[in-house]
Design a protein around this ligand. Sequence first.
Ligand code: HEM
Length: 146
Amino acid sequence: MLTGFKHLHSSNRYVLLALLLIVIVTSFMKWQGKKEYTKQDDKFNLLAFIFTHVQLLIGIVLFFTSSRVVLKGLDMSDKYDRFFTIEHTLGMLIAIVLITIGRIKGKKIIDSVKRHKLTFWYFFIALVIMIASIPWPFRGFGNEWM
Ligand code: HEM
């Protein structure tokens, strides 16, 4: 069960990163090109929002079940334990809050160009934080690519 959640959480990252990239690139181009905010834009925005929250739910399950999270007596000088218990969780929570605020605030904006601009900045900053908080194998956290 836990292994299944871990694989789902791990592979879901690529879908999420791809969706965020689509939203960021299109909102930037349409903001610069002063284009309409279409139903298609809202669909990708909603999909990114949904996948972000699915990832959050799986993350919460992992947080309370994973052996990589130290809930009692965390040694802050242990880079590995600190990463999974504090850095990954906190970084992702901040990114998720930004995506949520970005979507909710965006929905209230009638002007298309302003909506594209707001979406771009919230999603772009969230993506940067997310990329920095992922336990990529090259960072030495002993994880796989999938
Ligand atoms: C929404 C963006 C998130 C992304 C893209 C993401 C991505 C990842 C990735 C790629 C791993 C490595 C999995 C593996 O190698 O098996 C991982 C592990 C983990 N994530 Fe997340 N995560 C996110 C959010 C969260 C949140 C919000 C929490 C906690 C509330 C969380 C808790 C964990 C835990 C505890 C692990 C370690 C699981 C283990 O290997 O035992 N994640 N995450």
